[in-house]
Design a protein around this ligand. Structure first.
Ligand code: SF4
Length: 331
């Protein structure tokens, strides 16, 4: 049965009830630094304190249901939380270390036309502790976090921001906020709220089209926040944080991949401190979109002229762990 106690993984040290006060930092370190899986495992705490913690809190370590390993080394983990909700996390290995791509919601309500992750709508938000657990219990020393798995982080604003505080806390994992990217489908209001917090997190904005007509076809959120108000919010984010915005552009065969699209994109971002990530579309079963040709992608990158752009290496395609493929099939 679902346990109603507070998940201690969602708490900052000062919020943990334990006496004397220095024990709070010790407990937080057991969780954040050592990924303890039970109160019992916190062996340098007095037994009475461990019992008190177990009475007051739950320590919601998700069950690892499956782990698929791609031919390129990318892993996809399917977790189950204590209420039975299942979510996915991807681990990607680069020369500079391991990146973990966390989900922030179970499902997603944004309904982007090309995406498998949001195909079944939103089931529920994840708590900060549930987002953190994906980093703590994945079995890797995590160097980077990308909030780019299932869900729209700004649609779960408070828990996403709390997660940032938890994972960067010096008494816990202490990951630099500069090593974290938060990806949004373009919630301009959420971007402005985040900008006001002045956190040095990299903001990745999924643009995917240089004009409102094409973008609205792909991403319903564009009807609420069209391109110009979105770019205005991004400008604010840059002014407040000094962090250059990363724009994601999924290149889809014959939909948004022409030289004219590239030139319009360049004109749009010309005045913005921007970096563009070009992502060749990963076909998703049941979606009417195709992967672009390699030459088309390279030509698109050339047409961007002086705008810095990277063609992203697609990792984990064979295990459905690539962008937009999470939660597209149970393993
Ligand atoms: S692309 Fe992101 S925001 Fe859009 S439906 Fe998929 S998970 Fe949600």
């Amino acid at each position: 049965m679902y346990n109603e106690k507070i998940n201690i993984l969602s708490l900052l040290p000062e919020e943990i009830e334990a006496e004397p006060a220095y024990r709070r930092g010790q407990i937080f370190a057991w969780l954040g630094k050592r990924a303890a899986r039970s109160f019992e495992a916190m062996t340098d705490l007095p037994k009475t304190l461990r019992d008190n913690l177990a009475e007051r809190y739950r320590l919601d370590v998700p069950e690892e249901v499956t782990r698929c390993v791609s031919t390129d080394g990318t892993e996809k983990i399917l977790w189950s939380f204590s209420d039975g909700e299942r979510i996915e996390t991807a681990l990607m290995r680069y020369r500079h270390g391991t990146s973990v791509c966390v989900s922030t919601q179970a499902g997603c309500r944004q309904g982007c036309a090309f995406c498998a992750s949001g195909s079944h709508g939103l089931s529920r938000n994840l708590s900060a502790g549930e987002i953190l657990a994906q980093c703590l219990y994945c079995g890797e020393d995590v160097n980077h976090v990308v909030m780019m798995g299932t869900g729209e982080p700004l649609d779960n604003f408070d828990e996403s921001v709390r997660f940032l505080k938890l994972i960067s806390h010096p008494e816990g994992r202490g990951l630099s906020l500069r090593n974290i990217s938060l990806s949004t489908c373009g919630d301009a209001e959420g971007i402005e709220k985040l900008a006001a917090l002045k956190l040095p997190v990299t903001l990745s904005v999924s643009l995917h089209a240089p004009d409102d007509e094409t973008r609205s076809r792909l991403m319903p959120i564009n009807r609420r926040f069209p391109i110009q108000p979105l770019l205005k919010a991004c400008k604010k984010y840059f002014e407040n944080t000094g962090r250059r915005i990363s724009y994601e552009y999924v290149i889809i065969d014959r939909l948004n991949d022409s030289p004219a699209h590239a030139r319009r994109l360049a004109a749009l971002l010309g005045k913005h401190p921007a970096h563009v990530n070009l992502i060749p579309y990963n076909p998703v079963p049941g979606k009417p979109f195709g992967a672009p040709k390699k030459e088309t992608v390279l030509r698109f990158a050339r047409e961007l002229g002086s705008i810095p752009a990277t063609v992203r290496r697609t990792l984990g395609t064979d295990i459905n762990a690539a962008c937009g493929q999470m939660r597209s099939g149970r393993t």
